[in-house]
Design a binder for this molecule. Structure first.
Ligand code: ZN
Ligand code: ZN
Length: 146
């Protein structure tokens, strides 16, 4: 998906909530398009025009509008990325339990298919129809092992 499409979709999702796509909100989406998963301090480093309080509020709103997804829920290491429906880029995360680093990883297609088959069977047993999966892997990164 192009960044223009991502911005259009972000605008539409905010409009749905009666909110406008302000310059600050757009700037945050832009930073996430450029950089991938960011913490709030990293975001502020990249876009020095943003004030911390307004960036925090904008991120909360963008998350509520499902433009942005919060990965790593632990508040010290909270990280944000664009929702997969906006980017069209299906991927998983390796999350470090030590420092909160997040690495995007893609799984081979065969593994994705196998996952969906297995998860679909699990879901079906509980009366669910599988939509999509959202799976993060936790461990210790190379830096934290040293
Ligand atoms: Zn680490
Ligand atoms: Zn997957």
């Amino acid at each position: 998906m192009t960044s223009a499409t991502v911005h259009d979709e972000a605008k539409a999702r905010l409009a749905h909530m009666g909110q406008s796509y302000t310059a600050n909100r757009r700037m945050i989406v832009d930073a996430l398009i450029d950089a991938g998963p960011l913490t709030l301090p990293e975001l502020l480093d990249r876009r020095s025009e943003l004030a911390q309080s307004s960036a925090y509020r904008s991120l909360a709103l963008l998350t509520e509008a499902r433009v942005v997804r919060r990965i790593v829920h632990d508040s010290d290491h909270a990280r944000f990325e664009l929702a997969e429906e906006l980017t069209g880029h299906h991927h998983h995360h390796l999350v470090c339990n030590g420092c909160g680093a997040v690495v995007d990883v893609e799984l081979p297609n065969e593994l994705e298919e196998l996952l969906d088959q297995s998860l679909s069977a699990v879901a079906l047993r509980a009366g669910f129809v599988l939509g999509h999966h959202d799976l993060d892997v936790h461990g210790i990164c190379g830096n934290c092992q040293a």
